[in-house]
Ligand binder design. Structure first.
Ligand SMILES: Cc1cc2nc3c(=O)[nH]c(=O)nc-3n(C[C@H](O)[C@H](O)[C@H](O)COP(=O)(O)OP(=O)(O)OC[C@H]3O[C@@H](n4cnc5c(N)ncnc54)[C@H](O)[C@@H]3O)c2cc1C
Length: 309
């Protein structure tokens, strides 16, 4: 156990975590970060980021995350590449257990992000980032004049499909039922778009690929198990995201999906516990918005700590 009580512990090392680290370090709060099982966060999975301001030629995800880390470490952020297992936010100082060791802190910033839900179809693991994506805003522009699939039946699937028609020559929505969770207006917008075809009662049985990435998929009919082949060079899985909040054991208020609900600005239902990035964000889920929230959480933390004196 560490006797020292830190000013702030940051949990998670995506764009939100590093930006919170940069701001709290520059505010001389001597922040401590636990970077987690996936140091650098979701962008470690992507090769090209073209929409983060400041990189006119674009930048690789891992390279950008390394730069964010270097920048915040330069001002004194202490980073441990370890996972937080358990927390106790019931009293001050807050308790954080990391690989069996206990750390204490006056405030915490949770930046643990969210995971996209994947289908788990045959051939998917190998083709992640090689044609199969979970973010049309991020990767749509790579599929100019190509044929792509969108898998899902909710609002995000309809939104992603409509967005993708700006680039793709054809977008096929694949849905396992004929009932859509999407709102009527979103569904009808997709239905009436001449570039979109909707295939119902279909699931992805297997992804087909060659040395350059995916070239199609085998679809299976959920009514009679019959199969058909469809060609595409891109596919967007839009069946949801899962925020990483299980380790918090309901100690801060979340919605029914597990997203943290902000109470005052970035502060959660527990005074002194703040949250930023995809772990609170059901809408934007971008590196720049996560970084922006990381900045907000750092400033809120700094002011809250000041008010405690
Ligand atoms: C394939 C792909 C491509 C993308 N491309 C783009 C793009 O081009 N442009 C763009 O703007 N956005 C893109 N995004 C979205 C972007 O990655 C996210 O919006 C952003 O990373 C969210 O940042 P975050 O800091 O909230 O969390 P994340 O990046 O998800 O980071 C979460 C962090 O929390 C850590 N963590 C989790 N649990 C624990 C724990 N118990 N203890 C300690 N640490 C923990 C993880 O290790 C990780 O470091 C893409 C996403 C994906 C999946």
């Amino acid at each position: 156990m560490e006797d020292e009580v830190r000013n702030v512990i940051i949990i998670g090392s995506g764009p939100a975590g590093y930006t919170a680290g940069l701001y709290t370090a520059r505010a001389l709060l001597e922040p401590l970060m636990f970077a987690g099982y996936m140091s650098g966060g979701q962008l470690m999975l992507t090769s090209d980021i073209e929409n983060f301001p400041g990189y006119p030629e674009g930048i690789g995800g891992p390279e950008m995350m390394l730069q964010l880390r270097e920048q915040s470490e330069r001002f004194g952020l202490e980073v441990h590449d370890k996972n937080v297992e358990r927390v106790d936010f019931s009293e001050q100082p807050f308790k954080v257990w990391v690989e069996g060791e206990l750390f204490l802190s006056r405030s915490i910033i949770i930046c643990t992000g969210a995971e996209s839900i994947w289908l788990g179809a045959e051939g998917e693991e190998e083709q992640k980032g090689r044609g199969i994506s979970t973010c049309a805003t991020c990767d749509g522009a790579f599929f100019r004049d190509e044929e792509v699939l969108v898998i899902g039946g909710g609002d995000s699937a309809m939104e992603e499909a409509t967005f993708l028609t700006r680039f793709a020559s054809k977008v096929t929505i694949i849905h396992r039922r004929d009932v859509f969770k999407a709102s009527k207006v979103m569904y009808e917008r997709a239905l009436n778009n001449p570039k979109i075809e909707i295939k119902t009662f279909k699931t992805i049985k297997k992804w087909l690929s060659d040395e350059n990435g995916i070239i199609g998929a085998i679809l299976q009919d959920s009514r009679d198990n019959s199969e058909e082949e469809i060609s595409c060079t891109g596919a967007f899985i839009a069946i949801g995201h899962k925020p990483i909040t299980k380790f918090l054991e309901n100690q801060v208020e979340t919605d029914e999906s597990g997203y943290i609900i902000p109470n005052i600005h970035t502060m959660t239902s527990v005074p002194g516990i703040f949250a930023a990035g995809d772990v609170v964000d059901t809408r934007y889920r971008q590196a720049i918005t996560a970084a922006g929230m990381g900045c907000q959480a750092a400033i809120d933390t700094e002011k809250w700590l000041e008010d405690q004196h």
